[in-house]
Design a protein around this ligand. Structure first.
Ligand SMILES: [Zn+2]
Length: 364
């Protein structure tokens, strides 16, 4: 086994001020009403056909909410099964993957959305890399000695930070938003992010589970799902939220409160009834779930966006990475007459003879 490639430079944690966002990531569910289904004649019953590995954008205009629903099956199973992490670690990574699909698929440009955690818990790092429009890869780092029975995702994460980075290519600036992880799970972190940086009323639900089956075929597979809704009324004052608690206010200062808009109260109440099993169930279509939740108000769906588990590593890219090492470092990597490099995202191993490693051509 050779060196582990650093396929992505880690985010600049050292210079990051967690209290502040250096830039706001524009994670706002886009208005898709121009794209399709505007005519009354297209009102129809919800499709009963489940669509896995896809994000379903939707809108409940009577409540001024837009949202996205992710259902993940084979693609999630492929990523998690390949890594073969202990089940609680897989579940946590799966939650990060579902969250990434909800956020990354909302971006309307070619580029990458990278979600990364760095924390002091047993799972010290997670990276989920979403490349628009549909490619996904992910991995986690964990300390097996610190895993204990009964740890939930929040306990596995511990304290630290969650970073979300948007990379639109070499000629464009990178945007990064940071939010603290303070003993909560990824849903909590997402809520904190939207409260602090976007100030858009937002609700997020994530669910990942193992399905055990009898009969033919694989006996075990991972499934996941998630939903995100945002309150985006035309009159922005309707979306006002209470100020964050001022940590240094004198004792006895009344907390700032804002009366929540009725539409958002109703939306949150409906959203609060979603059960994990509804997000994971392979037989429940996304459209039927939306209909269950919002049928009294009417829900409009937009074309689904498929998601694929696909790594972007290649022999050429690894060869280029080797080129950046010194001759001595490359020599140190030789084991049993080979230089072997394993991709952390997909566990593919690339082998080179020492001569090949030395003869790696210089980049143009
Ligand atoms: Zn790879």
């Amino acid at each position: 086994m050779g060196a582990i490639p650093q396929l992505d430079p880690p985010p600049p944690w050292a210079e990051a001020r967690t209290e502040r966002f250096r830039a706001l990531i524009p994670i706002r569910i886009p208005d898709e009403s121009t794209s399709a289904m505007t005519s009354e004649s297209q009102i129809r019953a919800p499709s009963a056909t489940p669509v896995d590995d896809a994000v379903l954008p939707f809108e409940v205009s009577a409540l001024d909410i837009r949202g996205r629903l992710t259902k993940m099956g084979p693609a999630l199973d492929e990523i998690l099964t390949k890594h073969d992490y202990p089940a609680p670690v897989s579940k946590l990574l799966g939650e990060a993957i579902v969250l990434t699909t909800l956020l990354g698929s909302a971006l309307k440009f070619d580029g990458r959305f990278i979600l990364q955690t760095q924390t002091d818990g047993p799972v010290s790092m997670i990276i989920v890399d979403f490349q628009s429009p549909d490619r996904l890869r992910a991995y986690a780092r964990y300390d097996a000695a610190r895993l204990q029975a009964g740890q939930d995702s929040a306990a596995l994460l511990g304290h630290g930070h969650l970073a979300m980075t948007i990379d639109q290519g070499p000629d464009m600036s990178r945007y990064q938003g940071l939010v603290k992880l303070e003993g909560g799970n990824l849903e909590d972190a997402a809520h904190e992010y939207f409260l602090r940086s976007e100030q858009i009323p937002t609700q997020v639900r994530l669910a990942v589970g193992e399905e055990f089956r009898g009969g033919d075929g694989p006996k075990h597979r991972w499934r996941g799902g998630g939903m995100l809704i945002q309150f985006l009324p035309k009159a922005p004052e309707r979306a006002r939220q209470a100020d964050l608690h001022p940590g240094d206010a004198p004792e006895g200062t009344a907390a700032h409160t804002v009366e929540e808009d009725d539409a958002w109260t109703e939306s949150r109440a409906l959203f609060g009834t979603i059960e994990d099993v509804e997000l994971i169930d392979p037989d429940l279509s996304g459209e039927r779930l939306l209909f269950r939740l919002f049928h009294e108000r009417g829900v409009r769906v937009y074309p689904v966006q498929p998601i694929h588990a696909q790594c972007s590593c290649s022999r050429d890219a690894v060869a280029n990475m080797l080129k950046s090492f010194s001759a001595k470092d490359r020599a140190d990597m030789v084991e049993n007459g080979r230089v072997a490099v394993t991709c952390e995202f997909c566990s593919s191993t690339y082998e080179f003879t020492p001569e090949e490693a030395e003869a790696v051509p210089a980049a143009e």
